[in-house]
Write a protein that binds this ligand. Structure first.
Ligand SMILES: NC(=O)c1ccc[n+]([C@@H]2O[C@H](COP(=O)([O-])OP(=O)(O)OC[C@H]3O[C@@H](n4cnc5c(N)ncnc54)[C@H](OP(=O)(O)O)[C@@H]3O)[C@@H](O)[C@H]2O)c1
Length: 327
């Protein structure tokens, strides 16, 4: 049986990423085989699709960090043919064949059954980005911060993690400040629940170690100087969840926010997130996420269009979430 996949191969010139036909015998080791129905385009997918990044750690590699689909066969007692399953992270597109393929064979420990009431397309509209935004919200709540603590700032607001974070925070009752480089997306961000829009330029230039206390919580997708400024303007006892590096991997901060204001910097990793927290995040996403807002932030594309979408996400030109139909 053959199936279509987007595969990266190592060449003398670097990496060759293209749509190919593969044989089922080429699938990697695993105890559950899945007919993939949907995947997504995340920032990390853009990096892998570019053929220039270090995301891929073995070749050949099928790309796509997320997948959703239906179990075809299973050697485990906890998954049976016909089960609807979701997989985000766990090294897909890095060390294990990912979701841009009509078939996947994976370790069942990585899988989550799609919660009741959530379609596979919706699960991928959420994808790693939405899952990460929920992990960030849970980490902030774990600090005993609530909407009464003060507003929450979301950077990279019109992106995938940002859009999801705005929607989740607003629906939990937070006053949300959205930082974006795209003023043209004001109406979109307000429809997701943002109360105030600020220009990302106000956070991107080097600032003072401490600034005026503005927000009690933050969800940051940008990193670098932006994250340093977000920390410097976080209220006493507040917390910022660091999710991404769209603006850079460095963090030119000082210890001032931590030792003078008791601010916490919360690290968010979606790839190796332990199963218990993973299940809790998906349970809450299925219960709490406003489906109309999810539809507002989602566009659906066929597999062949992921190359273009990957290039655009790296340039910060995509809005919200992209679902890829596979099977
Ligand atoms: N920790 C984890 O497990 C995890 C999981 C998912 C994603 N991530 C990371 O989180 C980040 C966002 O991922 P995503 O899928 O949401 O990507 P995305 O859809 O491209 O969103 C990123 C947003 O950041 C803003 N941005 C882009 N370039 C920027 C720059 N140079 N300076 C300042 N802002 C910039 C843009 O928002 P505006 O146009 O609104 O300004 C853009 O839409 C990425 O770095 C990704 O690798 C990490």
């Amino acid at each position: 049986m053959t199936f279509r996949a987007i595969r990266a191969d190592k060449t003398d010139a670097g990496q060759d990423v293209k749509l190919v036909e593969m044989d089922e015998s080429e699938l990697m080791e695993g105890d559950v085989t899945i007919r993939v129905t949907h995947s997504t385009v995340n920032y990390k997918d853009g990096l892998a699709l570019s053929g220039k990044s270090l995301v891929i750690r073995r070749f050949p590699m099928v790309l796509g960090v997320d997948l959703a689909g239906i179990v075809e066969s299973s050697r485990r007692s906890d998954f049976a043919p016909g089960d609807k399953v979701i997989l985000t992270g766990h090294g897909l597109s890095e060390t294990h064949y990912g979701g841009y393929a009509e078939k996947a064979r994976v370790n069942g420990d990585w899988l989550v059954k799609a919660p009741d009431g959530l379609t596979l397309a919706e699960a991928m509209a959420i994808g790693t980005a939405g899952f990460t935004a929920m992990l960030a919200l849970m980490a902030i709540e774990h600090q005993d911060l609530t909407p009464s603590s003060g507003p929450a700032l979301v950077t990279g607001a019109a992106g995938g993690v940002g859009s999801m974070a705005i929607s989740l925070l607003a629906d939990e009752g937070w006053r949300v400040i959205a930082s974006t480089g795209r003023r043209s997306e004001t109406a979109y961000l307000k429809a997701l629940g943002a109360d105030e829009i600020i220009d990302r330029a106000t956070l991107s230039a080097p600032g003072k170690p401490l600034g005026k206390e503005q927000w009690a919580a933050g969800v940051d997708s940008v990193g670098s100087t932006t994250l340093a400024n977000v920390l410097a303007q976080t209220r006493y006892g507040g917390a910022v969840a660091a999710c991404g590096l769209a603006g850079g991997m460095d963090l030119p901060t000082t210890v001032a926010p931590f030792i003078l204001r008791g601010v916490s910097l919360l690290g968010i990793d979606s790839v190796h997130c332990p199963k218990e927290r993973r299940l809790e995040a998906w349970r809450r996403l299925a219960l709490d996420l406003d489906r109309d807002k999810l539809a507002t932030m989602t566009r659906t594309i066929p597999l062949a269009e992921v190359f273009d979408a990957g290039a655009r996400i790296l340039k910060g030109e995509t809005r919200g979430r992209l679902v890829v139909t596979i099977g």
